[in-house]
Design a protein around this ligand. Structure first.
Ligand code: ZN
Length: 351
Protein backbone atom coordinates (compact mmCIF):
# COMPACT_ATOMS: atom_id res chain seq x y z
CA UNK A 1 0.00 0.00 0.00
CA UNK A 2 2.94 2.31 0.60
CA UNK A 3 4.46 1.72 -2.84
CA UNK A 4 3.40 4.76 -4.90
CA UNK A 5 2.83 2.64 -8.02
CA UNK A 6 0.09 0.75 -6.17
CA UNK A 7 -1.21 2.73 -3.21
CA UNK A 8 -4.38 1.77 -1.39
CA UNK A 9 -6.43 1.84 -4.59
CA UNK A 10 -4.03 -0.68 -6.18
CA UNK A 11 -4.23 -2.93 -3.15
CA UNK A 12 -8.04 -2.82 -3.29
CA UNK A 13 -7.94 -3.70 -6.98
CA UNK A 14 -5.81 -6.75 -6.16
CA UNK A 15 -8.26 -7.76 -3.44
CA UNK A 16 -11.14 -7.51 -5.93
CA UNK A 17 -9.33 -9.52 -8.64
CA UNK A 18 -9.81 -13.06 -9.81
CA UNK A 19 -6.76 -14.67 -11.39
CA UNK A 20 -6.54 -18.03 -13.14
CA UNK A 21 -3.19 -19.83 -13.04
CA UNK A 22 -3.03 -22.71 -15.52
CA UNK A 23 -0.29 -25.12 -14.48
CA UNK A 24 1.00 -25.48 -10.91
CA UNK A 25 4.54 -26.39 -11.98
CA UNK A 26 7.84 -24.56 -12.34
CA UNK A 27 6.23 -21.28 -13.42
CA UNK A 28 2.93 -21.60 -11.58
CA UNK A 29 4.37 -22.31 -8.12
CA UNK A 30 6.49 -19.15 -7.72
CA UNK A 31 3.81 -17.04 -9.41
CA UNK A 32 1.18 -18.37 -7.05
CA UNK A 33 3.27 -17.66 -3.96
CA UNK A 34 3.57 -13.98 -4.80
CA UNK A 35 0.02 -13.62 -6.07
CA UNK A 36 -1.30 -15.10 -2.84
CA UNK A 37 1.19 -13.09 -0.81
CA UNK A 38 0.08 -9.82 -2.40
CA UNK A 39 -3.57 -10.43 -1.54
CA UNK A 40 -5.37 -11.25 -4.78
CA UNK A 41 -9.01 -11.95 -3.85
CA UNK A 42 -9.59 -15.21 -5.71
CA UNK A 43 -7.11 -17.49 -7.42
CA UNK A 44 -8.02 -20.49 -9.55
CA UNK A 45 -5.47 -23.23 -10.14
CA UNK A 46 -5.81 -25.67 -13.05
CA UNK A 47 -3.66 -28.79 -12.93
CA UNK A 48 -4.55 -32.46 -13.23
CA UNK A 49 -1.04 -33.77 -12.64
CA UNK A 50 0.31 -35.25 -9.42
CA UNK A 51 3.45 -34.17 -7.56
CA UNK A 52 6.51 -36.18 -8.52
CA UNK A 53 9.80 -36.11 -6.66
CA UNK A 54 11.54 -34.93 -9.86
CA UNK A 55 9.41 -31.74 -9.78
CA UNK A 56 10.59 -30.49 -6.42
CA UNK A 57 13.72 -28.57 -7.46
CA UNK A 58 11.58 -26.06 -9.32
CA UNK A 59 7.97 -26.51 -8.19
CA UNK A 60 8.56 -24.88 -4.83
CA UNK A 61 5.03 -25.10 -3.43
CA UNK A 62 5.25 -28.88 -3.35
CA UNK A 63 7.35 -30.91 -0.96
CA UNK A 64 8.44 -34.46 -0.23
CA UNK A 65 5.37 -34.65 2.01
CA UNK A 66 3.00 -33.96 -0.90
CA UNK A 67 4.57 -36.31 -3.47
CA UNK A 68 1.69 -38.31 -4.99
CA UNK A 69 -0.90 -35.62 -4.22
CA UNK A 70 -2.70 -33.65 -6.93
CA UNK A 71 -0.59 -30.57 -7.69
CA UNK A 72 -3.53 -28.21 -7.29
CA UNK A 73 -4.31 -29.68 -3.84
CA UNK A 74 -0.67 -29.59 -2.78
CA UNK A 75 -0.42 -25.97 -3.96
CA UNK A 76 -3.62 -25.01 -2.17
CA UNK A 77 -2.37 -26.56 1.06
CA UNK A 78 0.85 -24.50 0.98
CA UNK A 79 -0.90 -21.32 -0.16
CA UNK A 80 -3.54 -21.47 2.58
CA UNK A 81 -0.71 -21.45 5.12
CA UNK A 82 0.83 -18.42 3.43
CA UNK A 83 -2.36 -16.35 3.28
CA UNK A 84 -5.65 -17.83 4.46
CA UNK A 85 -7.53 -14.71 3.28
CA UNK A 86 -7.18 -15.60 -0.39
CA UNK A 87 -9.86 -17.83 -1.84
CA UNK A 88 -8.20 -20.68 -3.72
CA UNK A 89 -10.35 -22.57 -6.22
CA UNK A 90 -8.89 -25.79 -7.58
CA UNK A 91 -9.67 -27.24 -11.00
CA UNK A 92 -8.09 -30.73 -11.02
CA UNK A 93 -8.66 -31.28 -14.74
CA UNK A 94 -6.59 -31.20 -17.90
CA UNK A 95 -7.52 -27.93 -19.58
CA UNK A 96 -9.33 -28.96 -22.78
CA UNK A 97 -11.65 -27.78 -25.55
CA UNK A 98 -14.75 -28.73 -23.60
CA UNK A 99 -13.91 -27.15 -20.23
CA UNK A 100 -11.76 -24.11 -20.92
CA UNK A 101 -14.55 -21.58 -21.47
CA UNK A 102 -16.47 -22.61 -18.36
CA UNK A 103 -13.34 -22.32 -16.23
CA UNK A 104 -11.79 -19.21 -17.75
CA UNK A 105 -14.92 -17.06 -17.92
CA UNK A 106 -14.94 -16.67 -14.12
CA UNK A 107 -11.58 -14.89 -14.00
CA UNK A 108 -10.19 -11.47 -14.91
CA UNK A 109 -6.67 -12.47 -15.90
CA UNK A 110 -4.99 -15.68 -17.06
CA UNK A 111 -1.44 -16.83 -16.33
CA UNK A 112 -0.29 -19.40 -18.87
CA UNK A 113 2.18 -21.55 -16.93
CA UNK A 114 1.86 -24.58 -19.23
CA UNK A 115 4.51 -26.24 -21.35
CA UNK A 116 3.05 -27.61 -24.57
CA UNK A 117 2.27 -25.66 -27.75
CA UNK A 118 -1.16 -27.31 -28.11
CA UNK A 119 -2.24 -26.04 -24.67
CA UNK A 120 -0.79 -22.59 -25.35
CA UNK A 121 -2.86 -22.25 -28.54
CA UNK A 122 -5.98 -23.45 -26.74
CA UNK A 123 -5.50 -21.00 -23.84
CA UNK A 124 -4.78 -18.21 -26.30
CA UNK A 125 -7.86 -18.82 -28.40
CA UNK A 126 -10.24 -19.07 -25.44
CA UNK A 127 -8.73 -15.97 -23.80
CA UNK A 128 -9.08 -13.94 -26.99
CA UNK A 129 -12.70 -15.04 -27.45
CA UNK A 130 -13.49 -14.22 -23.81
CA UNK A 131 -11.55 -10.95 -23.92
CA UNK A 132 -9.01 -11.92 -21.23
CA UNK A 133 -5.43 -10.74 -20.99
CA UNK A 134 -2.79 -13.49 -20.71
CA UNK A 135 0.52 -13.27 -18.89
CA UNK A 136 2.50 -15.94 -20.68
CA UNK A 137 5.77 -17.51 -19.54
CA UNK A 138 7.94 -20.41 -20.65
CA UNK A 139 11.36 -21.79 -19.93
CA UNK A 140 13.78 -24.61 -20.70
CA UNK A 141 17.30 -25.55 -19.58
CA UNK A 142 18.93 -22.16 -18.82
CA UNK A 143 16.57 -19.73 -20.55
CA UNK A 144 13.08 -18.43 -20.08
CA UNK A 145 10.76 -15.87 -21.60
CA UNK A 146 7.75 -13.75 -20.76
CA UNK A 147 5.11 -11.78 -22.60
CA UNK A 148 1.68 -10.22 -22.15
CA UNK A 149 -0.79 -11.37 -24.78
CA UNK A 150 -4.15 -10.01 -25.90
CA UNK A 151 -3.78 -7.03 -23.56
CA UNK A 152 -7.27 -5.54 -23.15
CA UNK A 153 -8.32 -7.47 -26.25
CA UNK A 154 -6.09 -5.38 -28.50
CA UNK A 155 -3.60 -8.14 -29.28
CA UNK A 156 -1.08 -9.21 -30.21
CA UNK A 157 -1.91 -12.77 -29.26
CA UNK A 158 0.08 -16.01 -29.25
CA UNK A 159 -1.02 -16.70 -32.84
CA UNK A 160 0.16 -13.24 -33.94
CA UNK A 161 3.65 -14.20 -32.68
CA UNK A 162 3.50 -17.85 -33.78
CA UNK A 163 0.95 -18.34 -36.59
CA UNK A 164 2.19 -21.91 -37.14
CA UNK A 165 3.25 -24.34 -34.42
CA UNK A 166 6.89 -25.43 -34.12
CA UNK A 167 7.80 -28.84 -35.64
CA UNK A 168 6.80 -31.43 -32.99
CA UNK A 169 10.29 -32.95 -32.96
CA UNK A 170 11.76 -29.59 -31.91
CA UNK A 171 9.59 -29.27 -28.81
CA UNK A 172 11.24 -30.37 -25.57
CA UNK A 173 9.60 -30.37 -22.15
CA UNK A 174 11.35 -29.47 -18.89
CA UNK A 175 11.12 -33.10 -17.77
CA UNK A 176 12.93 -34.26 -20.94
CA UNK A 177 15.32 -31.38 -21.54
CA UNK A 178 15.85 -30.30 -17.96
CA UNK A 179 15.70 -26.82 -16.50
CA UNK A 180 17.52 -24.99 -13.75
CA UNK A 181 14.87 -24.50 -11.06
CA UNK A 182 15.90 -20.96 -10.20
CA UNK A 183 15.82 -19.91 -13.88
CA UNK A 184 12.20 -20.91 -14.38
CA UNK A 185 11.47 -19.62 -10.88
CA UNK A 186 12.69 -16.16 -11.85
CA UNK A 187 10.25 -16.13 -14.75
CA UNK A 188 7.41 -17.27 -12.49
CA UNK A 189 8.12 -14.39 -10.11
CA UNK A 190 8.25 -11.95 -13.01
CA UNK A 191 4.88 -13.26 -14.23
CA UNK A 192 3.40 -12.37 -10.83
CA UNK A 193 4.83 -8.83 -11.14
CA UNK A 194 3.33 -8.40 -14.61
CA UNK A 195 0.00 -9.72 -13.31
CA UNK A 196 0.06 -7.11 -10.53
CA UNK A 197 0.83 -4.39 -13.12
CA UNK A 198 -2.09 -5.48 -15.32
CA UNK A 199 -4.54 -5.77 -12.41
CA UNK A 200 -3.68 -2.40 -10.90
CA UNK A 201 -3.96 -0.64 -14.28
CA UNK A 202 -0.30 0.28 -14.53
CA UNK A 203 -0.68 -0.73 -18.17
CA UNK A 204 -3.37 1.08 -20.13
CA UNK A 205 -4.47 0.72 -23.72
CA UNK A 206 -2.54 3.95 -24.40
CA UNK A 207 0.78 3.07 -22.79
CA UNK A 208 0.94 -0.70 -23.34
CA UNK A 209 3.59 -1.73 -25.88
CA UNK A 210 3.85 -5.42 -26.86
CA UNK A 211 7.09 -6.95 -25.59
CA UNK A 212 8.97 -10.18 -25.08
CA UNK A 213 11.42 -10.47 -22.19
CA UNK A 214 14.09 -13.12 -22.49
CA UNK A 215 16.34 -14.22 -19.67
CA UNK A 216 19.49 -16.23 -20.33
CA UNK A 217 21.40 -17.49 -17.30
CA UNK A 218 24.39 -18.58 -19.41
CA UNK A 219 26.00 -17.76 -22.74
CA UNK A 220 27.29 -14.60 -24.40
CA UNK A 221 24.00 -12.73 -23.99
CA UNK A 222 23.38 -13.64 -20.39
CA UNK A 223 21.00 -11.49 -18.44
CA UNK A 224 17.60 -10.06 -19.17
CA UNK A 225 16.74 -8.55 -22.54
CA UNK A 226 13.40 -7.07 -23.49
CA UNK A 227 12.38 -6.83 -27.12
CA UNK A 228 9.64 -4.67 -28.57
CA UNK A 229 7.20 -6.81 -30.53
CA UNK A 230 4.88 -5.98 -33.38
CA UNK A 231 1.23 -5.38 -32.62
CA UNK A 232 -1.67 -7.50 -33.78
CA UNK A 233 -1.09 -9.35 -37.03
CA UNK A 234 -3.57 -8.20 -39.69
CA UNK A 235 -3.87 -11.84 -40.79
CA UNK A 236 -4.38 -13.35 -37.33
CA UNK A 237 -7.06 -16.04 -37.49
CA UNK A 238 -8.31 -15.39 -33.95
CA UNK A 239 -7.65 -11.89 -32.62
CA UNK A 240 -8.40 -9.97 -35.82
CA UNK A 241 -12.19 -9.78 -35.92
CA UNK A 242 -12.28 -9.27 -39.69
CA UNK A 243 -10.16 -12.31 -40.55
CA UNK A 244 -11.22 -14.46 -37.59
CA UNK A 245 -11.86 -18.09 -38.57
CA UNK A 246 -11.95 -19.59 -35.08
CA UNK A 247 -14.95 -19.34 -32.79
CA UNK A 248 -16.21 -20.84 -29.56
CA UNK A 249 -18.34 -23.51 -31.29
CA UNK A 250 -15.37 -24.71 -33.33
CA UNK A 251 -13.33 -25.15 -30.14
CA UNK A 252 -16.01 -26.59 -27.85
CA UNK A 253 -17.23 -29.11 -30.41
CA UNK A 254 -13.68 -30.42 -30.80
CA UNK A 255 -13.69 -29.60 -34.53
CA UNK A 256 -10.52 -27.66 -33.86
CA UNK A 257 -8.14 -30.34 -32.63
CA UNK A 258 -5.09 -28.70 -31.06
CA UNK A 259 -2.95 -31.83 -30.90
CA UNK A 260 -3.55 -32.47 -34.59
CA UNK A 261 -2.80 -28.79 -35.32
CA UNK A 262 0.49 -28.97 -33.42
CA UNK A 263 1.36 -32.43 -34.71
CA UNK A 264 2.68 -35.43 -32.86
CA UNK A 265 6.18 -36.83 -32.82
CA UNK A 266 6.19 -39.87 -35.09
CA UNK A 267 7.93 -42.66 -33.20
CA UNK A 268 6.75 -45.29 -35.63
CA UNK A 269 9.46 -44.90 -38.25
CA UNK A 270 10.96 -48.39 -38.23
CA UNK A 271 9.36 -51.62 -39.36
CA UNK A 272 9.04 -54.49 -36.90
CA UNK A 273 11.97 -56.27 -38.58
CA UNK A 274 14.19 -53.29 -37.93
CA UNK A 275 13.42 -53.26 -34.22
CA UNK A 276 14.75 -55.40 -31.42
CA UNK A 277 13.37 -55.82 -27.94
CA UNK A 278 15.20 -56.10 -24.65
CA UNK A 279 15.06 -59.91 -24.43
CA UNK A 280 16.30 -60.38 -27.99
CA UNK A 281 19.17 -58.03 -27.32
CA UNK A 282 19.99 -59.86 -24.13
CA UNK A 283 20.19 -63.12 -26.11
CA UNK A 284 22.65 -61.50 -28.50
CA UNK A 285 24.79 -60.26 -25.63
CA UNK A 286 24.86 -63.77 -24.17
CA UNK A 287 25.88 -65.15 -27.56
CA UNK A 288 28.72 -62.65 -27.52
CA UNK A 289 30.45 -64.94 -25.05
CA UNK A 290 30.50 -67.60 -27.74
CA UNK A 291 32.11 -64.95 -29.96
CA UNK A 292 29.56 -65.17 -32.76
CA UNK A 293 29.06 -61.46 -33.06
CA UNK A 294 29.67 -58.36 -31.00
CA UNK A 295 26.54 -56.32 -30.32
CA UNK A 296 27.40 -52.72 -29.65
CA UNK A 297 24.70 -50.30 -28.56
CA UNK A 298 24.86 -46.74 -29.81
CA UNK A 299 23.09 -44.58 -27.25
CA UNK A 300 21.91 -41.44 -29.04
CA UNK A 301 20.74 -39.49 -26.00
CA UNK A 302 22.59 -36.41 -24.78
CA UNK A 303 25.91 -36.76 -22.96
CA UNK A 304 24.24 -35.57 -19.74
CA UNK A 305 21.60 -38.30 -19.89
CA UNK A 306 24.25 -40.89 -20.80
CA UNK A 307 26.38 -39.81 -17.82
CA UNK A 308 23.44 -40.29 -15.44
CA UNK A 309 22.80 -43.88 -16.54
CA UNK A 310 23.79 -46.08 -19.44
CA UNK A 311 24.11 -49.72 -20.45
CA UNK A 312 27.59 -51.18 -19.98
CA UNK A 313 28.04 -52.33 -23.58
CA UNK A 314 27.08 -48.98 -25.09
CA UNK A 315 28.84 -45.96 -26.54
CA UNK A 316 27.35 -42.48 -26.58
CA UNK A 317 26.96 -40.75 -29.93
CA UNK A 318 24.33 -38.02 -29.46
CA UNK A 319 21.87 -37.90 -32.35
CA UNK A 320 23.08 -34.60 -33.86
CA UNK A 321 26.59 -36.09 -34.04
CA UNK A 322 25.43 -39.48 -35.33
CA UNK A 323 23.45 -37.93 -38.17
CA UNK A 324 26.67 -36.30 -39.40
CA UNK A 325 28.33 -39.72 -39.74
CA UNK A 326 27.41 -40.84 -43.24
CA UNK A 327 28.85 -44.35 -43.54
CA UNK A 328 29.60 -47.33 -41.36
CA UNK A 329 33.28 -47.02 -42.37
CA UNK A 330 33.31 -43.49 -41.02
CA UNK A 331 31.78 -44.71 -37.76
CA UNK A 332 34.36 -47.49 -37.45
CA UNK A 333 37.13 -44.99 -38.19
CA UNK A 334 35.93 -42.66 -35.47
CA UNK A 335 35.81 -45.45 -32.88
CA UNK A 336 38.72 -47.65 -34.01
CA UNK A 337 40.45 -47.27 -30.62
CA UNK A 338 37.44 -48.96 -29.00
CA UNK A 339 38.15 -52.70 -28.97
CA UNK A 340 34.41 -53.41 -29.23
CA UNK A 341 34.37 -51.87 -32.71
CA UNK A 342 35.65 -54.51 -35.13
CA UNK A 343 34.54 -56.35 -38.24
CA UNK A 344 32.26 -58.61 -36.25
CA UNK A 345 30.41 -55.75 -34.60
CA UNK A 346 26.68 -55.42 -35.07
CA UNK A 347 25.23 -52.05 -34.17
CA UNK A 348 22.03 -51.35 -32.29
CA UNK A 349 20.67 -47.92 -31.58
CA UNK A 350 18.85 -46.88 -28.42
CA UNK A 351 17.30 -43.55 -27.50
ZN1 ZN B 1 -3.59 -12.70 -32.84
Amino acid sequence: MTVPELGISGQLKLKASKVLVIGAGGLGCPSLMYLVGCGIGTIGIVDHDIVDISNLHRQVLHSTETVGMLKCDSAKKALNKLNPNVEIVTHPVAIANDNIFKIMENYDLVLDCTDTPATRYLINDAAVLLGKTIVSGSGLKTECQLSILNFENQGPCYRCFYPTPPPPNSVTSCSDGGVIGSVIGLMGVMMATEAIKVLTNFYTSDNFKPFLSLYSAYGPQQGLRTFKMRGRSPKCCICNRETRSINKELIESGALNYSVFCGKVNYNILSQEERIDVMQLNDLISKNNENLETPLIIDVRTKEQFDIISLSNSINIPLPKLTKIKTLEELKGAYKSDSRVNDKTNYYVIC
